[in-house]
Design a binder for this molecule. Structure first.
Ligand code: ADP
Ligand code: MG
Length: 325
């Protein structure tokens, strides 16, 4: 299929794409570059993420799920910054000529784009091993972005949703077993926590999305904020997919497993009632799992006061044990 047919195909799935008046993007697909606009008093949060077949998704992932996820991981980064989605660029490398795959891929991506109000502003299309790079931009009122720096001793540590399910599904797939349905959905079609990120503006002292595992990503907040934290492991919320699993194994997955796309954030201690109200309003589980302290490092404690060693490290590309992420 000629490159331009492919681009038109993708543009068709997304509808008319960017139009004058769309949030932030006044000229989209079809020219040499997109034109975007930013109102006074707002800043752009910009991020990019690449998904490569065999590294970030396997043959089990449908084209629609791959489309959904490659946008979702970027929206999750925007959520973690407290930004409202504005527009994105799609750089697509395709191995062959499979219009059905392209339609399903674009359909999965366009569905999430429509749900979250982000506009496809342009991209690039090349042939080669399957890989998807999405660059996304969001708007945030000047000075209100949530960063990883800003957690203070005495702050409370919260996590949204239930962590560890994506890792549970991945483990089942790697063992040749059928994953739990909810766990598989967490792995393949994660829900970026955009409404939560936006609501946390002016409330959270620090925020991060959990792509590399709760412990590792909280570790980034601790480093950037120059503080430490103590987690109470029994507070980690569970889900039915973990019913058969001993607590210790579940906690290890929930602290160490990647690909969760939940938010981990800190708030001043007097904000606990605000968080209760927010949980009600958004219908998202928000769980206080520990607190920030002055001494550096992360300690995970059992209720009996004993240290729990999750025996994990956050996933890192290029490390000898790399196999996901
Ligand atoms: P150029 O040669 O100037 O880089 P391209 O032929 O790569 O132009 O792209 C033509 C137009 O199509 C541009 O507006 C570009 O943003 C858009 N485009 C190319 N590939 C994609 C894609 N995968 N998704 C969305 N838009 C795309
Ligand atoms: Mg190009």
């Amino acid at each position: 299929m000629p490159e331009f047919d492919l681009i038109n195909r993708i543009a068709r799935v997304f509808g008319t794409s960017a139009r004058p008046g769309d949030p932030g993007c006044v000229l989209g697909i079809g020219d040499d570059a997109a034109l975007v606009e930013l109102e006074d008093g707002w800043q752009l949060a910009v991020c990019v993420d690449t998904l490569v077949e065999g590294v970030h998704f396997g043959p089990d992932a449908t084209a629609g799920a791959v489309g959904h996820k490659s946008l979702a991981v970027n929206l999750s980064d925007l959520a973690a910054m407290g930004a409202d989605p504005a527009w994105f660029l799609l750089a697509l490398t395709l191995p062959g000529d499979d219009p059905d795959w392209v339609d399903a891929f674009a359909g999965g991506m366009a569905g999430l784009a429509g749900d979250t109000g982000i506009v496809l502003a342009g991209g690039d299309t090349t042939s080669g091993p399957l890989g998807i790079t999405v660059t996304a931009a969001g708007r945030v009122p000047r000075g209100q972005a949530l960063t990883r720096a800003g957690a203070k001793p005495g702050d409370l540590v919260y996590v949204s949703g239930v962590t560890g399910r994506a890792a549970l599904a991945l483990r089942a797939l790697q063992a040749g077993e059928t994953p739990d349905r909810e766990a598989l959905a967490a792995l393949h079609t994660p829900t970026p926590r955009l409404a939560l990120g936006r609501a946390l503006r002016g409330i959270a002292s620090a925020c991060i999305d959990i792509s590399d595992g709760l412990a590792a990503d909280l570790g980034h907040i601790l480093e950037c904020s120059d503080v430490g934290a103590c987690l109470e492991v029994e507070r980690l919320p569970s889900a039915s997919c973990f019913d058969e699993m001993p607590n210790e194994s579940r906690w290890s997955l929930q602290l160490g497993g990647g690909d969760d796309y939940e938010l981990c954030f800190t708030v001043a201690a007097d904000q606990a009632p605000t968080l209760d109200a927010l949980q009600e309003r958004l219908g998202i589980l928000l769980t206080r799992i520990g607190s920030i302290r002055r001494e550096p490092g992360l300690t995970v404690l059992r209720r009996n006061g004993k240290v729990f060693d999750p025996g994990i490290e956050g996933y890192q590309h290029f490390s000898p044990s790399a196999g996901g992420g």
